[in-house]
Design a protein around this ligand. Structure first.
Ligand code: MTE
Ligand code: MO
Length: 166
């Protein structure tokens, strides 16, 4: 499974791309983020900056939104690129191995410091697990995050987490 894991970055970009874990983990050290447990979410692993991925595909003047797609469980989060581009990491490894599915792998989006993003919709809920596609667009795309406490409690129960929000 990990051998075939791919992350697509496409949409309103100059050069749509498909990244393998091997490709991501071999990126220059300046693009790598070591030990994401330093950040407030406390999640573990290593990854690559969102900025590095965006620089490789090349944003267009019309590129304003980024949608994080998890096909596995049909979960989708759409946020303005400017709000997250300096804040986000795609976690791809844990202890030098593929990020396990129990940790949201093979690829997981992670906001380094959701609070500093200063946007109400940038919290732990935006840390998309099983990420397989980052779609860039001019207009917002549908976002499937729970919108109220009941919907949230139901999702968290399905995830096997406590129903209270972190
Ligand atoms: N693919 C996917 N990613 C997801 C979710 C989900 O249901 N599916 N839930 C989100 C929500 S609402 C929260 S609060 C966090 C929970 O992360 P955790 O399971 O690592 O604690 O994951 C987010 N990422
Ligand atoms: Mo959440």
């Amino acid at each position: 499974m990990s051998e075939s894991a791919r992350l697509i970055v496409d949409g309103d970009v100059e050069h749509p791309a498909v990244f393998s874990r091997e490709h991501l983990s071999a990126m220059p050290e300046a693009d790598r983020v070591r030990d994401v447990s330093r950040f407030p979410s406390g999640k573990k692993g290593d990854g690559v900056t969102l900025e590095a991925l965006l620089n490789r595909v090349g944003l267009l003047p019309s590129s304003r939104y980024l949608t994080l797609h998890a096909t596995k469980d049909d979960f989708h989060v759409c946020v303005p690129i400017d709000a997250v581009r300096a804040e986000a990491v795609v976690v791809d490894s844990l202890d030098g191995r593929p990020l396990p599915v129990e940790k949201g792998g093979p690829f997981r989006f992670l906001l380094k410091d959701p609070a500093s993003c200063r946007l109400a919709d940038l919290d732990d809920c935006a840390n998309v697990k099983f990420l397989d596609r980052i779609e860039i667009s001019a207009e917002p795309r549908p976002d499937t995050r729970p919108i109220d406490d009941d919907a949230h409690a139901a999702l968290h129960a399905a995830e096997g987490r406590p129903s209270t929000h972190p």
